[in-house]
Design a protein around this ligand. Sequence first.
Ligand SMILES: NC(=O)c1ccc[n+]([C@@H]2O[C@H](COP(=O)([O-])OP(=O)(O)OC[C@H]3O[C@@H](n4cnc5c(N)ncnc54)[C@H](O)[C@@H]3O)[C@@H](O)[C@H]2O)c1
Length: 246
Amino acid sequence: MAYTIDLKGKVAIITGAAKGIGLATARLLAEAGAQVVIDDIVNPEIVEPVLTEIASIGQKPYYIQKDISIEQNTIEMVKEILDKFSRIDILVNNAGVVADWDKSYAIHVKGLFFCSESVKDHMISRGNGRIINITSTCVHTGGTGIPQYIATKAGAYSLTRYMAKTYAPQGILVNAVMPSVILSDMIMTRYKSEEEMINHYVPQMPIRRIGYPADVANVVLFLCSDLSSFINGEIIVADGGRMYVG
Ligand SMILES: NC(=O)c1ccc[n+]([C@@H]2O[C@H](COP(=O)([O-])OP(=O)(O)OC[C@H]3O[C@@H](n4cnc5c(N)ncnc54)[C@H](O)[C@@H]3O)[C@@H](O)[C@H]2O)c1
């Protein structure tokens, strides 16, 4: 028997999904049948080509240009999606930056919480929902010299536990993915070339390769699906074994 994950009829918001891990997640969830809503801060013409590309494998994503670090924006985002699609089943809090203290806190901690709180009442009214946060293994390892990133990704970690505790009795399961060493524009700010990045990390990786955005998207898809129906407050490490056995 073949197992499939079918998200047909479901609506999923993914924040910060114009590129990288968010985009790979949007692509995979659309492939699984979901109506995806991509949120990001970039102009619509930048995302139009990926919306068109995803439309060839699933339903065309709807794009919303909102900075999720502003609470009012997250309220408006949820209202706009409910007006258009009448339901929201999944929220993936993926938007992230390498920035100063205030901006890092505003996006990784406050923005993540604002999005979740904005969508919460609707999910509760329907008796179910899934929220998946993207944190980072740097919370445990101390990372690589960016304290404002590490400390605020720890906020995403602890809010996962807080929300899992407070939302689950009302039907919303909240979990997180903790990636590391995923090829994206964010990680490439620290390397001159992809080759340099690969040469730096591969020797530390038990599986002898770096990660790609789809590696994280696969875990998110699992956490959106019925296969994870008894998982709540869990933070799944997706790092090729680097943190624990590398
Ligand atoms: N790449 C890695 O190795 C890695 C490791 C651990 C965790 N992460 C986390 O994964 C997530 C995705 O990172 P990525 O590597 O794909 O980075 P990325 O830079 O490719 O993508 C981040 C996206 O977030 C968007 N964004 C930034 N601020 C925003 C805001 N205020 N509102 C809405 N969107 C906003 C950006 O425009 C961008 O499209 C982040 O939360 C990051 O912290 C990445």
